[in-house]
Design a protein around this ligand. Structure first.
Ligand code: GLC
Ligand code: MN
Length: 264
C-alpha cells in the first residue's frame, strides 16, 4: 500500500501481554467513541467488524481479545516465519484468526462499532439510513483528523470541495470539537502548547507533544524515557518512512511508559 509507516502497527501485538486483564477491547488511536460500548465485553476473542476494503477480513482498528502469553508468542512466531500480507498488524491477525469470516457470526461486530470513515462516501445511501447509530468512527487511511485545519469560530474543518470526506465532515468536526474543548486546554495547562488565539497549528502541537517530558505529570511513578537523540522533526520523518527506533527511543517500553502516564 506504499505505507511503510504501517510497520509500527505491529507493536499492537503487545496488547496480548496485558495478562492482568482477562478480556480487553483494543481500539486504534484514530478511532472516536460516540456512545457507550461496554457491551463489547460480552463478546469473545476474536471479535471485530468487517474491513470495508475486503469484508472477508476483519478490520483491526477495534477488536475484542483475551490477553495470553501463549497467543502472543504464537503471533510473534507467525510474524517471524510468514510476515504480514499488508505490512501491518491487520494482515497478520487475519492470517492468525483465519476462521473469523466463516465460523462464528457472533464474532462479527456490527459495522457501527468500527465505522470506517471512507464508507460514508463509498456507500452514502447506507450511511444515510444507518449512520445515526454509529458508536465508533475509525478515521482510517493516511489522512487523519489532525491533518486538517479547523476553524474554531465556524466550528468546522477547512477543505476543498473535491475532497470526498467533505460530503459528511460531521465526524471530523466532532473530533476537532472534542480536541479543542477537552484536550487543548490540558496541553496549555501543562505548558505543552502556548495559548492559541488564532486557530490551531497542529504541526506545532504535534511537535510540542513529541517533546513533552513525561515528568510533566509529576504523579507518575514510572521514570521518563531517555530524551530523543534526534530532533523530533527528523524522528517524525523516520517514523513516516517506517524507520522507527524500535529498540531505542521508540521501543515499546518507552511507548508504554508514556501511555501509562497519560492513563494515570
Ligand atoms: C488498517 C487498519 C489498522 C491497521 C493497519 C495495518 O489500516 O485499519 O487498524 O493497523 O491496517 O494492518
Ligand atoms: Mn486506524
Amino acid at each position: 500500500m506504499k505505507r511503510p509507516e504501517l510497520g509500527i502497527t505491529l507493536t499492537k501485538l503487545h496488547c496480548w501481554e496485558l495478562t492482568q486483564y482477562s478480556k480487553c477491547v483494543f481500539m486504534d488511536a484514530d478511532t472516536m467513541v460516540l456512545a457507550n460500548i461496554d457491551e463489547l465485553f460480552e463478546r469473545e476473542e476474536l471479535s471485530a467488524a468487517p474491513d470495508p476494503g475486503w469484508p472477508d477480513c476483519f478490520n483491526s482498528g477495534v477488536f475484542v481479545y483475551r490477553p495470553s502469553i501463549e497467543t502472543y508468542n504464537e503471533l510473534l512466531q507467525l510474524a517471524t516465519e510468514k510476515g504480514s500480507f499488508d505490512g501491518g498488524d491487520q494482515g497478520l491477525l487475519n492470517t492468525f484468526f483465519s476462521s473469523w469470516a466463516t465460523t462464528d457470526i457472533s464474532k462479527h461486530l456490527p459495522f457501527i462499532y468500527n465505522l470506517s470513515s471512507i464508507s460514508i462516501y463509498s456507500y452514502l445511501p447506507a450511511f444515510k439510513v444507518f449512520g445515526a447509530n454509529t458508536k465508533v468512527v475509525h478515521f482510517l487511511g493516511s489522512i487523519k483528523p489532525w491533518n486538517y485545519t479547523y476553524d474554531s469560530k465556524t466550528k468546522s474543518i477547512r477543505g476543498d470541495a473535491h475532497d470526498p470526506t467533505m460530503v459528511h465532515p460531521e465526524f471530523l468536526n466532532i473530533w476537532w470539537d472534542i480536541y479543542i474543548t477537552n484536550i487543548l486546554p490540558l496541553l496549555e495547562q501543562h505548558g505543552v502548547v502556548k495559548e492559541t488565539t488564532t486557530g490551531v497549528n497542529m504541526d506545532e502541537v504535534t511537535e510540542a507533544v513529541s517533546h513533552m517530558s513525561v515528568s510533566a505529570t509529576a504523579s507518575s511513578p514510572s521514570s521518563p524515557p531517555p530524551p530523543p537523540t534526534v530532533s523530533s522533526e527528523d524522528r517524525k520523518e523516520k517514523w513516516e518512512q517506517g524507520q522507527a527506533d524500535y529498540m531505542g527511543a521508540d521501543s515499546f517500553d518507552n511507548i508504554k511508559k508514556k501511555l501509562d502516564t497519560y492513563l494515570q
